[in-house]
Each structure stands twice: as structure tokens, then as C-alpha cells.
Design a protein around this ligand. Structure first.
Ligand code: GLN
Length: 246
């Protein structure tokens, strides 16, 4: 049995679309396999020691909260996060958190927030919000799966050569409503606009992230035995059907 150590970044400020639901899924899917999850809340002002965490989670937020978090990230956490990622820790960031994992975010009011530079991408808010159900075909670890969720963002995100999209948009807007890409991946850092929350309806994605975190913890790749995902699959199918029924 192994205990994965999760650094939950700004659980109060960055929790706009039930981001805690993602943490609950990670916890349950580990427990059902006789592993465990230890969650460390990383609040404004907290510093982080590289090597202490196997996985980081950064959720979504409104521009106002994002601005507070962006300043704190750069001041107290950016260096530790970059060193952790270099050491093989995984990162999952969603919506506002995804934007801050890039080089920066220019908000609706024109102000510029610095980013972590974990993903080679930049985001600028556009004149309209991109809202609705979102279905993508994602690729991770050489496997392709449909991933579903909800998006609600003003930001238009463009990727540089150092990151690739998490997937291609089947239905919805994605990164910028233009190039057909959604989310971004570089090594074990994954960012996406999908929330609502993301992981309950996408158990494949949850398990990819958990496998990376467990590998960081144990030093070897463990097999995650399959679970009875009947309910999760049913929720996934409802979400896939939703955009086309409108
Ligand atoms: N404030 C960001 C935007 O509007 C992110 C929103 C969110 O996290 N839902 O683009």
C-alpha cells in the first residue's frame, strides 16, 4: 500500500466548479485499490518543498481570485513547483489554474497576471465567454479516450512548441475556439478547460494521473487494477450526448 501525497493549491480561492470533487475521486480510486491519499492544502503564503508531493492540483477561479493567487504563486511557490515537476511530480490544473500554469493571463480588464511557466502557453481574455458542454478526444500515455466536461472561460489560450494539446475538440470551444485544440500536456503536467468537476465522469484520466503519482511515490510503475466504473461510464455517456441533443 502506498500513500500518494497531493498538494492542493489554494483550495479556497481556486474552487469555482466543484474542484474538490476531483480530489474526492482521486482519494476514492486510490482507497478502492488499498492505497491512500494524503492532502496538503497549500494556501497563500505557504512555501513548498520540492520532493514532498507526488501530485499537485490547481483548480479554477474568477479573474479576481486568480490575480491574488498569481502573485502568491510567483512569490512563494513557483520555484518549488518547477523543481518538483523536474523531479517527476505530476500536475493537474483546470481552467483558471490551467491559465496560470502557462506564461501568463491577460484578464478581461487588461491586467496581466504572471504564470508558472510549467506549460508553454499564453492566455488572453477575449470579448465573449466560451461556455457550454465540451467533448474532446484526448491522448495520454499512448492511449486515446473521449473526455467530457463543461467549459466557462473568457481566456483564449494559445500553445507554444513546448506543449501539445491534451486533445482535439469534438464538440465545444476548447483552448481558443479556433485551432481545434483543448488543454495542454508537457511531461506529467496536464492542463484543461474541462471542469464541472472533471474526474468523476472521466475515470480513465483520473487513473492516468494516479499512475504517474504512484510511480513518483514508489519509483516503479504499478498496475492499477480495473474498478467497476459502471456509474462513471453512465455519467460520461450522458455528458457526451448533451451537446448534440440541444
Ligand atoms: N477567469 C478565467 C477566465 O474567465 C478562468 C475562469 C474559470 O476558471 N472558470 O477565462
Amino acid at each position: 500500500m502506498s500513500v500518494v501525497r497531493l498538494g492542493h493549491l489554494y483550495p479556497d480561492e481556486m474552487n469555482i466548479y466543484a474542484d474538490r470533487g476531483n480530489i474526492a475521486v482521486l482519494d476514492a480510486r486510490l482507497r478502492w485499490r488499498d492505497h491512500g491519499l494524503a492532502v496538503d492544502a497549500l494556501e497563500p503564503g505557504d512555501r513548498l518543498e520540492p520532493g514532498q508531493h507526488d501530485l499537485f492540483y490547481l483548480g479554477g477561479g474568477q479573474d479576481r481570485d486568480q490575480a491574488i493567487v498569481a502573485r502568491d504563486l510567483v512569490a512563494t511557490k513557483a520555484a518549488g513547483l518547477r523543481a518538483s515537476v523536474e523531479g517527476g511530480a505530476a500536475v493537474l490544473c483546470v481552467c483558471g489554474g490551467y491559465q496560470l500554469a502557462g506564461h501568463g493571463y491577460t484578464a478581461v480588464d487588461g491586467s496581466r497576471m504572471p504564470g508558472l511557466g510549467l506549460l508553454d502557453l499564453d492566455t488572453v481574455a477575449g470579448p465573449t465567454r466560451l461556455i457550454g458542454d465540451l467533448v474532446i478526444e484526448a491522448e495520454l500515455d499512448g492511449e486515446r479516450h473521449r473526455v467530457v466536461g463543461f467549459e466557462n472561460h473568457a481566456g483564449r489560450t494559445r500553445l507554444g512548441p513546448g506543449a501539445r494539446p491534451l486533445g482535439t475538440v469534438l464538440s465545444g470551444h476548447g483552448n481558443n475556439d479556433h485551432d481545434g485544440g483543448e488543454g495542454a500536456v508537457a511531461g506529467r503536467v496536464v492542463g484543461t478547460y474541462l471542469h464541472g468537476p472533471l474526474l468523476p465522469k472521466n475515470p480513465w484520466l483520473a487513473d492516468v494521473i494516479l499512475a504517474w503519482a504512484l510511480e513518483h511515490r514508489t519509483g516503479s510503475r504499478l498496475d492499477l487494477p480495473p474498478l467497476d466504473d459502471e456509474l462513471e461510464r453512465a455519467a460520461h455517456e450522458v455528458a457526451v450526448g448533451r451537446p448534440t441533443r440541444r
